[in-house]
Design a protein around this ligand. Sequence first.
Ligand SMILES: CC(C)(COP(=O)(O)OP(=O)(O)OC[C@H]1O[C@@H](n2cnc3c(N)ncnc32)[C@H](O)[C@@H]1OP(=O)(O)O)[C@@H](O)C(=O)NCCC(=O)NCCS
Length: 403
Amino acid sequence: MADSALSIRTIDESEIRTFQDVMAWAFLATPDEDFKWLKVLELERAHAVFDGDEMIGTAGVLSREITVPGNHQVPVGAVTVVSVMPGHRRRGVASLLMKTQLHGMHENGEAIAILWASEGAIYRRFGYGEYASSLAMLTMPTRMAFHPGVRVSDTRIRQVSREEALPFMREVHDRVRRTRVGWVNRVDATWDVQLADRESDRGGLSSYRYALHPEGYVVFRVKYEGDSSGPRHELHVRELVCETEQAYVDLYRYVLDMDLAGAISFYTAWDDPILHMVDNPRKVRREATDGLWLRIVDVDRALPLRQYSSDVDSVLEVEDSFCPWNSGRWRFTVKNGEATVARTEDPADVTLDAAALGSAFLGGARLSVLKRAHRVVEHTPGHVDALTIAFLGAYYPHCPEVF
Ligand SMILES: CC(C)(COP(=O)(O)OP(=O)(O)OC[C@H]1O[C@@H](n2cnc3c(N)ncnc32)[C@H](O)[C@@H]1OP(=O)(O)O)[C@@H](O)C(=O)NCCC(=O)NCCS
């Protein structure tokens, strides 16, 4: 319940500096003249909470497109810069920001919202589902051999300047993101934010290196390591984006064969093909972490946005106290991959909350597993398994960037 002394509104240009300071203090960062996240902020979607005249909380929504199963690009509210000043926490400030954003999207906006969570215990209460996409932190030694069937082409890969790389990367990224479930589009300013390369962005590593293949690119930093036996640098891959499977193989080979490097690390898709490309998959260490958290803003608008893998006909009872317009029973029918959703009085086959539906929406978390976790209840035998198969896609959903 929000404190009655609190008020909320969007900010104007003159308040950006204060907005930035609140965010910085909340994230235990140092306020900075050039806080990179502000470059992508949309003022008309940037809310602040005030205690009297004092700004104490911030949150923004970025208007983006996300690729959903079926490779449709659909509008999504990308929630960012959620922060509350220390000393004003646990009195409902974040709840007020969340409610305002979701009401806004419900009335005049996107049918789904996504975010990255700084901590795992914050967002489920607001109806965001965990593991809507996941990330794998891969670490591997360099110079690993590929499995005999993996062919590396003789295409020349060129390391080039940032200026030369960027126009090519933008084009490749914009084509590739349309084919990858969970990827979001980038506006011009996103490139400055995502590939920010000031000294303070580098965490002690080198500046970014850019290597281009005619059908893809790789961006990485170098962490300088080694001892008296010689250099054993680590390559930290930031992104590896390819239009063809051949380019993916070639670019992986390029980084694996980098002289003076001993190891590679890469935050990538959970099902990154490298595990199956190398001759010794156990040498690739893989640690899982959650990626996107996804919120179904409107059940009836959201579910038909994507394609499904098989036909189903189930009555879903949705529990959603935070966005009560979603609560109740919905008949969810898929024919030839296309879904229709309509209110019904028929008895429920399956009961689940909005967060569970959000976790499953992109084909990330399986409803069958959520059932075993007591997050989904089956009333009519067989419906959860049928829904699980319908929601799954060919690949794990993946979002390669934190916004
Ligand atoms: C996370 C943050 C925004 C929460 O703000 P807040 O105003 O304290 O949140 P609220 O008071 O609205 O909390 C609502 C509920 O969530 C719970 N909650 C909030 N933050 C939590 C956290 N970090 N861990 C566990 N529970 C949390 C509260 O206890 C409260 O529970 P209740 O409804 O049972 O009382 C704030 O702590 C913060 O700014 N943290 C640092 C920056 C950050 O991590 N931002 C999130 C970026 S993704």
